[in-house]
Design a protein around this ligand. Structure first.
Ligand SMILES: [Fe+2]
Ligand SMILES: [Fe+2]
Length: 178
């Protein structure tokens, strides 16, 4: 459908992230099933709960716009998750390496969401919609915090993966974690 004004552009992006959040919710459930590190598991579990809230926030945004909450297939989300699923299969023999890949995939998800929410927030500012702005900012904050937590956990996950690789007799030199 042709988009000819900024309200339509906003609504399109809203339906897109509404779909992406649903896809990511499913994707994180799969990541949780495959994650071995307890901290990584906790992080994913917390963000699953936050994502459920984010979906409700988006439904409120639709209501404030007087629109029905509707999903429009987000190809970007699908691509990130397909890649994540593939690498989870490929690393299934070494859980510590798989954890690194899960963290990497999860961080890609967060960055996709961060970019999308920043764009939507600019749109809400343009429309002068303070309540919509507040709801979107709440979602953005959670994505930013989650991304930060993932990145903080990376050195430890990398160290575990490097050790697992060494024990497994891999032919790469053991890397030391920072
Ligand atoms: Fe989200
Ligand atoms: Fe997220």
């Amino acid at each position: 459908m042709a988009i000819t004004n900024m309200n339509e552009k906003f609504a399109h992006e809203l339906r897109d992230i509404y779909d992406a959040e649903h896809q990511f919710l499913e994707g994180m459930q799969l990541m949780l099933q495959n994650a071995a590190d307890p901290k990584l598991q906790n992080m994913i579990t917390t963000h699953i709960g936050q994502t459920q809230q984010q979906i409700r926030n988006l439904e409120q945004v639709f209501t404030l716009l007087g629109q029905e909450a509707r999903r429009e297939t987000c190809a970007g989300a699908k691509g990130i998750l397909t890649e994540g699923q593939k690498v989870m299969k490929e690393t299934s023999q070494v859980p510590a390496i798989r954890d690194c890949c899960i963290a990497g995939a999860a961080d890609k998800v967060e960055h996709y969401e961060i970019a999308t929410y920043r764009g939507l927030i600019q749109g809400a500012q343009l429309m002068n919609q303070p309540e919509i702005l507040r709801l979107l900012q709440e979602n953005l904050r959670q994505e930013e915090q989650t991304s930060q937590l993932i990145e903080q956990s990376s050195p430890q996950l990398l160290e575990k993966a490097a050790n697992a690789q060494y024990m497994g007799g891999g032919n790469m030199n053991q890397v030391s974690a920072p």
